[in-house]
Design a protein around this ligand. Structure first.
Ligand code: NAD
Length: 289
């Protein structure tokens, strides 16, 4: 069986093409969508993630400012900055890059972002709206997964979606999106570290979403022939003395068994950034209503 590669570069380009007219419309109404990115400390991976995000905003002619704070910043100072950004009309979205240093309560900080600027979709108000089937800001990675599946005409309706991983940023929201009647309308099984006999479930999947954070964990023995695989993982490994990024799926093992597969890199990753832009444009559009 040929395994079709579901390119996140192709799907994200289609999304950006569609966003241009929405951005033009906002600008003609005097609004340039703006993102405030907050980076605490000097975590090299966080630096790269934030740089990739802000570069994309700049390339689309959107406003973006990076607010850097030292790793020993007081929690109260960070909360004050969030409060200022909540009231700053130049910014329609606020992104706090995780992880934060250990002395800072991440939940408290994320909850301080006003829900209408919460373009990461992590605030309990936005999570609640999603869970009652009225999504406003949906976390970028699961939203990107829905977009890429739709772009490649992979219909979830009536299918069995099995998700491995129950985090608030990937696993749980993708399970909700897939099950919503208005979106996926799929039957969903959510597996996690407490699941007994994972293969029993994963082998039933028409669409398997691997979001467990374990390098190349899912091989051909976990899937049924013809399944569509969404590989969310980003794991850095050392192999033959070289460092490289791999997903949660052993892509070599499943090629020829799966019908389609998101690659790593250039699969779900670009969609996550694309959806951050989409959510920020959406936030700016709320001002037009
Ligand atoms: P997490 O560590 O918060 O959650 C992992 C989940 O997997 C947990 O719910 C845990 O119960 C489950 N799990 C772990 N081991 C398991 C096992 N052996 N069997 C079944 N379930 C198991 O991780 P996360 O933040 O959801 O991220 C998951 C992966 O996705 C990571 O590799 C992360 O780097 C990657 N990620 C990628 C993007 C992207 O843009 N592509 C965005 C976010 C996260």
């Amino acid at each position: 069986m040929d395994t079709k590669i579901l390119s996140g570069l192709e799907a994200s380009k289609a999304l950006f093409d569609g966003l241009l007219s929405r951005i033009d419309n906002l600008k003609s109404n005097g609004i340039t969508p703006g993102l405030a990115a907050v980076l605490v400390g000097e975590n090299p991976a966080s630096e790269i993630y934030v740089r990739n995000k802000t570069k994309k905003f700049e390339s689309l002619g959107l406003k973006t400012d990076l607010f850097r704070l030292d790793s020993d910043v007081k929690e109260s100072e960070l909360l004050n900055l969030i409060n200022d950004l909540n009231h700053n009309n130049d910014f329609h979205g606020i992104l706090v890059q995780l992880p934060l240093p250990k002395h800072i309560d991440s939940e408290k900080v994320l909850n301080a972002i006003t829900p209408t600027k919460d373009v990461d979709g992590f605030h309990p108000e936005n999570a609640g709206l999603l869970s009652i089937g009225k999504p406003r800001f949906v976390p970028c990675t699961p939203k990107g997964i829905m977009y890429i599946l739709n772009h490649f005409n992979i219909d979830l309706n009536g299918k069995h979606v099995v998700v491995i991983g129950r985090s608030n940023i990937v696993g749980r929201p993708i399970s909700i999106l897939s099950s919503l009647k208005s979106l996926g309308n799929a039957t969903v099984t959510l597996c996690h570290s407490g699941t007994k006999d994972l293969k029993y479930f994963s082998k039933q999947a028409d669409i398997l979403v691997a979001a467990l954070g374990s390098p190349e964990f899912v091989d051909a023995s976990y899937i049924k022939k013809g399944a569509c695989l969404v590989d969310v993982g980003i794991n850095r490994i050392e192999k033959n003395g070289k460092s490289r990024i791999v997903g949660d799926v052993n892509q070599e093992s499943v090629t020829g068994v799966a019908s389609s597969l998101t690659p790593v890199p250039k699969g779900v990753g670009p969609m996550t950034i694309a959806m951050l832009v989409e959510n920020t444009v959406l936030s700016a559009e709320l001002l037009l209503n």
